[in-house]
Design a protein around this ligand. Sequence first.
Ligand SMILES: Cc1ncc(COP(=O)(O)O)c(C=O)c1O
Length: 416
Amino acid sequence: MSAPVVAQSRAIQAFHPFIKLNRLLADVPAGPSPAPDGEPVKLQVGEPQMAPPALIAETMARATGWNRYPPPRGTAEYRNAAHGWLARRYGRGADLIDPETQILPVPGSREGLFFAALASVGGERDTILLPNPFYHVYAGAAVAAGARPVFVPATAETGFQPAYDRLDAATLDRTALAFVNSPANPQGSVADTAMLARSIALARRHDFAIALDECYAEIHDGTLPPGALEAALELGGGTANMLVVHSLSKRSSAPGLRCGFIAGDPRWLDPLDAALRVGGAGVPLPVLAAGAALWQDEAHVAANRARYRENFAVAERVLGDLQPNVRPAAGFFLWLDVGDGEAAAVKLWREAGIRVLPGAYMSVPDAAGDNPGGREIRVALVHPPDQTEAALTRLRAVLEPELRNARNETTADGAA
Ligand SMILES: Cc1ncc(COP(=O)(O)O)c(C=O)c1O
């Protein structure tokens, strides 16, 4: 594997993909968009555009509690609903979690992940491990916590997941926290149970916390991505060193609700709770009530999944002959090889008013200077299927040479 790398930048904005994208396109006029209203098409953000479930409005209309500060540990109703979902989703893996003491509501996984970094770094534990490419909050949180972020390749060679067990013992002994993201943003890769178990065992051996970000766990095509709790059940040792991170943003198409939870080892969960009490917003009681209703309902989640399945069927139909692996294992992003992601994003904006994210904005160059996301663009399939079809058809018309060449280059390389 290519060597891991420590970021040079200590600026949070250095890792923020949308700040970089805005800068890239600031002076580029938008071309004619394929949308019926002529508005630019936003495929850069992983923000579900499906209508949020009616349950939210119904529950919020009945809920009380706006006159109270959000209770840091939420309500028994919320914790039990979250735990009930864990049990439906991960079976006996949920037995490892005591809903009374081991579930902490968070406004979203973003806030939980950020505060997990703040709460875990200190003393000789000054290092945070993250995959490369990565969800930008991991890097921003590491920088904000004053930690040394170590970016570990998550490329084809390792199934697009970071192999933390290949790091040297000195680095692992300095590690405060490691981020694992499965299903992963951006590549949609899924860590198997063995890989999850290896990462958890490693965290225990070197006594760091491992935050397993599973916020895309419900966006799959029928094959359930395995969860860290299932791996921990097989491994034994309860939830030692683990924090599993879940959210309603993707599962329920409700990123505006700001509602999720973190479950796991009280050794790390309790300091995280303390950090959130200092700097977090908490989850208001009416939001907890809506969240509880959503965790208990599967019908809207199945409907969401069906929409994403349709979107991927569209993607395969429109782009499948140009890119061999259009459909990721899970999640709702296309991760398309276009040779030069930045150039392709500019071209697509200028010619078609379609905004996508250059892969390089979600990754840093490795020790050899190669950016593992440099060739890609990330395309969020978060719109209804008819809009997705119109956008991808236009994307194909603009980027066909890049999509075709990329495949030929990588095939010639033997690296496809
Ligand atoms: C990998 C990953 N983790 C966490 C989040 C944050 O989601 P939220 O804070 O809405 O739960 C996102 C959002 O895009 C994500 O892609």
